[in-house]
Structures are given as C-alpha cells and as structure tokens.
Design a protein around this ligand. Structure first.
Ligand code: PMP
Length: 359
C-alpha cells in the first residue's frame, strides 16, 4: 500500500462509498432551485452593512456577540428569556448536533418522507437507524396512523417535522402534530425553515410540550449566504446541544450581518410578503396549465407534477431557468419538480419557459 492508500484505508468504508452533496452550477441562470430569497438589500443598506463589517475586529475569536445574537433571535421569534436558544452555522449544523446528541448505539431518527434529505444523511453519518414514514400520497399530509405505529414500534430518540415541509411545501395539520408530539418518547424538532412564508408556527406547541424544540434559519429570510440557524426550546434540552456546539461556529462576520438584518427586519418582512403574493400568482398560473399539477404551498416553493420531470428540467435549463427535479428523492415524487418562487420577472420567465416546453 502507498502512504496515500494507507491513509485512505483509515477512512470509514461508508464515508468512502458516499457522495458529496451536489450543488448545481448556476452562473448566469435564473436560479429557482434552492428556496433562496431572490432579493438583496437595497443598495444604501448594502453599503451600510459593508461599513459595519469593515469595522469589525477579525483578529479576535467570536465572543459575547454570539450569545447576544442568540438572545436577539429568540426575541425576534417572540419567545421569552425562559426559553433556551443556541445557534448553528445554518440549521444544517443544528441537525448535525441534534443527531450527535441522541447518537447512542442503535438509536433511531424518524421523519416523514419525502422530506429534507439532511435528516437521514446526518443520522446515517452517526450510524443511527433512520425510519422514513411515507406521507399520504394524494395531499402529502401526515399519515397519522402510520406515524403513531412507527413511533410505537421504533421508539425514535428524535423526530423531525418540517413545518412547512420541504419539498412538498405542506403545512401539516396542527392537531395531528400535537398527538405525534405527545406519543413521541424523545425529542420532536419542528423545523421551521420556511416560517416566513407560512400561516402558522409551533411556538405555542413548544410551550405546552417540553419535548418539542423549534428550529429556524435566517436562510429563507434572505441570508442563505450568511449561515445562521437557531434552535429554541426547554433550557435543559437546548443546554445539551450547546455543549456540542463548536465554540466559534458563528463567525464575527456572520453574526454582525445577522444583527444588521434584524435591525432591518421590516425590509425582509416586505420581501417575504411579496414572495407570498408571487407564490399565489405562480400557483394559479401553474394550475391553469395543462399537464402540470401543483400542490398548494405554505413555503417559498411549489411542488408540481409534470409529464416528464427530467425533460422539463432539461428544457427549462436550456432556456436559462434552473429548477430542481426531485423525482429521484422518493417514489411519491415521481415526475415532480420543485420551483422556488422568484421575483415577478423571474416567475414570468419560468412560466414562459414552462409553456414553451409543454407545447
Ligand atoms: N430545513 C429545511 C426543511 C430545509 O429545506 C433546509 C434547506 N433547504 C434547511 C433546514 C437547512 O437550512 P440552512 O440553510 O439553515 O442550513
């Protein structure tokens, strides 16, 4: 064996066999594949942010500012100082920390499927069992009997419920969720990544049910490039996650950009309101198109079934519009594409491109 081969042989076989997360190249295209907010800050605010960032002491590790940001985000969410809060470098990192926290040998992570892929990927990284409980095929609602049976059988340490769900954009029934949370023997994480676009949240449930945590992110708010996620819940639980958090996971630059965004929350709120309107416009237009079946959305994306998802993806790409073909994620998503809601002009281009490729 060469020294390189010897070194490689030390890496876990399952890691060597795995694929890295693929980000689609997007230079020069209308990017409607990743649920980003298409809007930047107005130019004068962008300049002011640049000045704030330019004045930071980058020679020092992040310190008290991280804890201040965590509290500021908790206040922004509307919870009191009795609620625990910790920060992740995006909610992806929090999912990783939650998974590590429950990673006793043989432990189970459970989530409805199709759902956000990182729940399963990070459970498998920790060599945990992952149980995916299929959603109802027609409306992508939670299958309550199947969820309760899977909970009784597998006793999951951790359940993820994305509220609204990705990629289906469904806001599941609150009463069903409450019954699931009560039946759960462990942690229930309400992943509210798409909360800025939804008509409800889980904070009241969290207050009633101490095993329920709420996870949010600034990514869909408009800061996907900044990487700030936060986890709210009972102090005793959040304190355990805090022990696993790398001490300097939130850069000085990220924290300051997040503070700046909170100071200008009304700008982002107006953007979210515009995107919610555009979502309704896009949904109505898609519904009127023969050969496309969209599902109602409470996120900034729309899941739709087309006749041939691979062909639709390729035809849109050829016209400069990048979407996500989610068909391969789960059998329930056969010939489904996920369309992120963009600016009015981007949505017009999307609809024109779809019309052209359907005709
Ligand atoms: N949860 C859900 C449901 C998501 O769809 C995503 C990203 N698309 C995330 C979490 C991760 O978000 P972040 O950018 O905060 O890592």
């Amino acid at each position: 064996m060469t020294p390189l081969e010897q070194a490689l042989a030390q890496i876990r076989a399952d890691v060597r066999a795995a694929h890295a997360y693929v980000v689609q190249p997007s230079a020069g295209v209308i990017k409607l594949d990743a649920m980003e907010n298409p809007y930047r800050l107005p130019a004068e605010l962008q300049r002011a942010l640049g000045e704030r960032l330019g004045a930071l002491a980058l020679n020092r590790y992040p310190a008290e500012r991280t804890a201040e940001l965590a509290r500021a985000l908790a206040r922004h969410a509307g919870v009191g100082d009795d609620v625990g809060v910790t920060l992740g470098n995006g909610s992806d990192e929090l999912i990783g920390l939650l998974t590590i926290a429950v990673a006793k040998p043989g432990a189970t992570v459970l989530a409805p499927v199709p759902g956000f892929v990182m729940y399963e990927a990070l459970a498998r990284q920790q060599r945990l069992n992952f149980i995916g409980v299929p959603l109802r095929a027609d409306d992508f609602e939670l299958d309550e009997p199947a969820m309760l049976a899977a909970i009784a059988e597998h006793q999951p340490a951790l359940i993820y419920l994305a509220y609204p769900n990705n990629p289906t954009a469904t806001l599941w029934g609150a009463a069903v969720i409450e019954r699931i949370a009560k039946a759960a023997p462990g942690l229930v994480v309400m992943d509210e990544a798409y909360q800025p676009f939804a008509s409800a949240d889980s904070l009241a449930l969290m207050a009633r049910q101490p095993n329920v945590l709420v996870m949010r992110t600034m990514s869909k708010f408009g800061l996907a490039g900044v990487r700030i996620g936060y986890l709210l819940g009972a102090r005793e639980l959040v304190d355990q996650i805090e022990k696993l958090r790398p001490p300097y996971n939130i850069s000085v630059l990220n924290a300051e950009a997040a503070f700046f965004a909170l100071e200008h929350a009304e700008v982002y709120a107006a953007q979210a309101a515009e995107l919610r309107q555009q979502r309704e416009r896009l949904f109505a237009a898609l519904q009127a198109m023969p050969g496309i079946t969209p599902w109602p959305s409470q996120g900034n994306m729309i899941l739709a079934r087309v006749q041939d998802a691979a062909a639709t993806f390729a035809a849109l790409k050829a016209r400069g519009v990048l979407i996500k073909n989610v068909s391969a994620l789960h059998p329930l998503l056969a010939n489904c594409v996920r369309l992120t809601v963009g600016t009015p002009d981007e949505n017009t281009s999307l609809l024109q491109a779809l019309e052209a490729c359907l005709n």
